[in-house]
Design a protein around this ligand. Structure first.
Ligand SMILES: [Zn+2]
Length: 362
């Protein structure tokens, strides 16, 4: 559906300078159902068919809004999803029925639907590894957590995924390394297979399954971490990732870490919102790694290989990441530190990243 709509839309524009809207395309679905080669479209509910065209519309809006590239065709091997609105599904006695199906779905529930919730939408998704997922959009009310006066700063790195200003380092789960080794081995196998053969497809499926495992493990870790941080702190301070990313080399480990940080930030954003906490993002660059949190001295150089350093001015010994996390916390809580609520030790608040920092507005 998506691919066909995309092809028609592109063709209409390049050949006739004609703009086909989602409405124009949806009107054609009825004709496609009657046509011999796409008669099978009549076998499924029309709700996800229309939603597919709507998804394409969103993809085009993102393209015109310069937020995304020109929409591309979807591949069957990348999995896919379809969305059902209220008229397209039914929940009865704990069973889920999709329109035009003859049996309820065999679901292994990760959690029960919230009580008295009437899902407005459900999405069925097929992963590249061949697993099916279903998710429901429900309206629920979430109670904010009681207020507290703890604040924490997070430094995001590669050796440790996250280091907190309290000195804790969150590293990759042990299983992750095992999956990575397995993935590398399986990718070598895959590269030896003839493209398009059944053997190749089977190996690709195995590769996808390991990718899925890695992604699930990471997702689980990030959820547990973000929930804990939000429960334990009133204010969480992080650095803006886009700024952070520009400063580093672009390598594989980096891009994997970037993706994790993006997901962690997103989780922190909505969980802080849910529970009445505050996420502060330092949106301007300041030398969090190069500044001594004890005396405010800024060293000129700090190569990535340096894990521990001694401040030449005050002699304090710093763990690179913990020091950075403490500086991030200070930068994000200048008003707190001045009042002495968070770090009574610090006396010169204006010292944080003096000069090049320019964080006085925070
Ligand atoms: Zn110092």
């Amino acid at each position: 559906m998506y691919n066909r709509a995309l092809a028609l839309r592109s063709e209409a524009w390049t050949q006739r300078k004609e703009k086909l809207s989602a409405y124009d395309l949806i009107k054609q679905i009825t004709d496609w159902k009657k046509s011999e080669d796409t008669a099978w479209l009549a076998d499924v509910s029309s709700v996800p068919l229309q939603q597919s065209v709507n998804n394409l519309e969103v993809a085009f809006q993102n393209f015109f809004g310069k937020r995304a590239k020109y929409p591309s065709f979807k591949k069957k091997s990348s999995g896919g999803s379809c969305r059902f609105t209220v008229s397209g599904f039914r929940i009865k006695n704990g069973e889920v029925w999709l329109a035009k199906t003859t049996a309820p779905l065999d679901i292994h529930w990760s959690q029960p639907l919230p009580k008295d919730s009437h899902p407005a939408q459900c999405t069925v998704r097929l992963t590249p590894s061949g697993e099916w997922y279903i998710s429901f959009l429900c309206d629920v009310s979430i109670e904010p957590l009681p207020k507290m006066d703890k604040a924490i700063g997070l430094d995001m790195g590669i050796s440790a995924l996250v280091t907190t200003s309290a000195g804790e380092k969150i590293v990759n789960p042990k299983t992750m390394k095992r999956y990575r080794v397995r993935l590398a081995r399986m990718q070598r196998h895959a590269s030896r297979k003839t493209l398009g053969s059944t053997n190749s497809a089977r190996t690709q499926r195995k590769v996808a399954r390991i990718h899925q495992k890695i992604s699930d493990t990471r997702q689980d870790q990030l959820h547990k971490l973000s929930t804990r941080l939000v429960h334990e702190n009133q204010v969480i301070v992080i650095e803006d990732l886009s700024v952070h990313g520009m400063l580093r080399n672009h390598n594989l480990a980096g891009s994997i870490a970037d993706a994790s940080w993006g997901r962690l930030r997103h989780m922190l954003e909505y969980k802080c919102n849910w529970y009445g906490r505050e996420l502060r993002v330092i949106d301007r660059w300041f030398p969090s790694s190069k500044t001594c949190h004890e005396c405010g001295h800024v060293v000129s150089k700090m190569p990535l290989s340096v894990r521990e350093w001694t401040c030449p001015k005050c002699g304090a010994v710093h763990d690179r990441d913990v020091n950075a996390a403490i500086n991030i916390l200070s930068a994000g809580t200048v008003d707190y530190t001045c009042g002495g609520a968070v770090k009574p030790k610090r006396t010169k608040c204006v010292d944080v990243g003096s000069g090049e920092a320019g964080i006085s507005g925070l």
